[in-house]
Design a protein around this ligand. Structure first.
Ligand code: RTP
Ligand code: MG
Length: 140
């Protein structure tokens, strides 16, 4: 089996913080065997979010996404582990909580009644390049 220790950026989005799910999300990360390396509360501003979501600028969901992400504090977590970038995205489940598989964070805990798809509790970096860029941004 390969041993490929990586770091990824996980964000508990404002809906997760507001619903008191930070502990449950941290529990799932730790239960999987990943290591919490650093953690902080952040009230993100527009410039941080514009950099974080640079790849989505111009898309129809960009503006509502940024508005949602600045609506309250997020918890930023530096997580380490074997193939953790892919592994955390597997723990999180697919983007839309309605169709995310049961057993995943979004599938088990994501609401699909009266909320938008951007309210999907967590973010996880999607590649080694994204992880390096995003960790530098949130833990500068
Ligand atoms: P994330 O970046 O938050 O880990 O989520 P992801 O990779 O699964 O999704 P991505 O395509 O990167 O989109 C980033 C976030 O934008 C919101 N979104 N809304 N059609 C829509 O309304 C829509 N599509 C995406 C979600 O909050 C998604 O997590
Ligand atoms: Mg993404």
């Amino acid at each position: 089996m390969s041993n490929d220790i990586e770091e990824t950026l996980v964000l508990v989005k404002p809906d997760g913080v507001a619903r008191g799910l930070t502990g449950e999300i941290l529990r799932r990360i730790e239960a999987k065997g990943y290591q919490l390396v650093d953690i902080r509360f952040v009230q993100a501003d527009r410039s941080l979010l514009a950099e974080h979501y640079a790849e989505h600028q111009g898309k129809p969901f960009y503006e509502p996404l940024v508005e949602f992400m600045e609506s309250g504090p997020v918890v930023a977590i530096r997580v380490a582990g074997n193939r953790v970038i892919e592994g955390f995205r597997s723990l999180a489940g697919t983007t839309d909580p309605t169709t995310a598989a049961p057993g995943t964070i979004r599938g088990d805990l994501g609401r699909d009644w009266g909320v938008k798809v951007q309210q999907n509790l967590v973010h996880g970096s999607d590649s080694p390049e994204s992880a390096a860029r995003e960790l530098a941004l949130w833990f500068s």
